[in-house]
Design a protein around this ligand. Structure first.
Ligand SMILES: Nc1nc2c(c(=O)[nH]1)N[C@H]1C(S)=C(S)[C@@H](COP(=O)(O)O)O[C@H]1N2
Ligand SMILES: [Mo]
Length: 208
């Protein structure tokens, strides 16, 4: 038996195939870091809601929403995996309770500042590990890691976890998000190495 030398207990079996463990927490995103303007900030839940209305929360509303803590690793599809993140925030299931989707909803689009987006199957969004994080390791998120709010979908590659989250769109059919339209896999399961769109099978779906 060999020990995993690079970090804490039992890290080796937590690194998906083709990934490498990196120390600390690298910053990775496309484009600039947006400036937070509290008076202009909101989170909108729109699209195929059960009520037909758009739900909206302003920044101060976030403190009144349910909270959860999730321990997880973060796998960037280009290779780096950073480990042992303690996320704190609003469980995605709470969003679905407070702003119910219409019966036909199968997918969601998570929208971020500057039009960044990531599509998810509803089943990935409703995972008990999916959350809208406000804090990391006990501190508010830093600007470069997504302050004030980011989606975290720990069981998928990092591009499915938009930083600077501003909207959740309920969809009755799948549609590709930002990286999914640019050659990345529509589903993005790191344990299946679903990195690129050319690997997709018919069931992984979504025309652009
Ligand atoms: N808004 C936005 N969110 C984003 C991205 C981006 O380009 N824009 N990149 C994603 C990618 S590819 C990864 S791997 C993770 C990285 O998160 P981190 O910088 O906190 O490590 O953020 C994701 N969220
Ligand atoms: Mo990434």
């Amino acid at each position: 038996m060999t020990e995993e030398p690079s970090s804490g207990v039992g890290t080796a079996d937590r690194i998906p195939p083709g990934q490498r463990h990196v120390p600390g927490w690298p910053v990775s995103h496309y484009g600039p870091v947006p400036r937070f303007r509290p008076e202009r900030w909101n989170l909108r839940v729109f699209g195929a809601t059960a009520s037909g209305r758009t739900h909206e929360w302003v920044f101060d509303d976030l403190a009144g929403l349910p909270r959860t803590t999730v321990l997880a690793d973060l796998h960037c599809a280009t290779g780096p995996t950073s480990t042992d993140h303690e996320w704190y925030g609003i469980p995605a299931t709470a969003v679905l309770d407070l702003a119910p989707p219409a019966p036909g909803v199968t997918h969601i689009m998570a929208w971020a500042e500057y039009g960044y987006s990531a599509n998810l199957r509803l089943s990935d969004f409703t995972s008990p590990h999916t959350l809208l994080a406000t804090h990391h390791n006990g501190e508010p998120l830093t600007a470069e890691h997504g302050f004030p709010l980011r989606l975290v979908v720990p069981h998928l590659y990092g591009y499915k976890s938009p930083k600077w989250l501003r909207g959740i769109e309920y969809m009755t059919a799948d549609r590709r998000g930002f990286w999914e339209e640019r050659g990345y896999h529509n589903i993005a399961d790191p344990w299946k190495q679903q990195r690129y769109s050319y690997q997709e099978e018919e069931a992984d779906g979504a025309a652009s």
